[in-house]
Design a protein. Structure first.
Length: 164
């Protein structure tokens, strides 16, 4: 990164909610699911800044312009007995890709995890997102190919809950 470039990563604040929503919609469009991004400003505010925050976020600004969003939450490893950090979303706007922004955010998150005594930083990548997969390989991260992610949502989630 050129020395005259200023890259700054700051924790999100309540005033960032509209920007965070913009990033979420851009990410959903990039992942070919724009209709799936239904979070409201009120939901995000509660999740990020409510009495029991469920997640955290940071905004990267490149020369003062919003360049990227990272949104994460704490998970837990029963095997290590330590919490970890699950990166739910990392989105770098196209104009800021290949400028060190993603690596800086990953470094920010790694430092956060280490400072908090977490044992892991984990995330998932879509199988077709080769640029992301190639980038993650440069971090010496390792794909967890032996795991398959499962998800319950909507009626299936409601049905299972009703059984209990």
């Amino acid at each position: 990164m050129p020395e005259d470039t200023l890259l700054r990563i700051d924790p999100a604040i309540p005033g960032d909610i509209p920007l965070i929503l913009d990033f979420i919609h851009e990410l959903a469009a990039y992942e070919h699911e724009p209709e799936a991004a239904t979070a409201t400003p009120q939901q995000l505010h509660q999740a990020l800044f409510g009495p029991r925050p469920a997640a955290e976020a940071a905004i990267a600004r490149y020369n003062g312009q919003p360049a990227a969003l990272a949104l994460w939450f704490q998970n837990f490893s029963t095997w290590t007995g330590r919490p970890g950090l699950w990166l739910e979303d990392l989105f770098v706007r196209p104009d800021y890709r290949r400028k060190g922004v993603a690596r800086a955010i990953m470094g920010y998150l790694a430092s956060l995890a280490v400072d908090r005594g977490y044992g892991r930083l984990e995330w998932s990548a879509l199988d077709w997102n080769q640029p992301a997969i190639d980038f993650y390989a440069t971090l010496d991260s390792r794909p967890m190919d032996e795991w398959t992610t499962y998800r319950l949502t909507g009626p299936a989630l409601t049905r299972l809950a009703a059984e209990s």
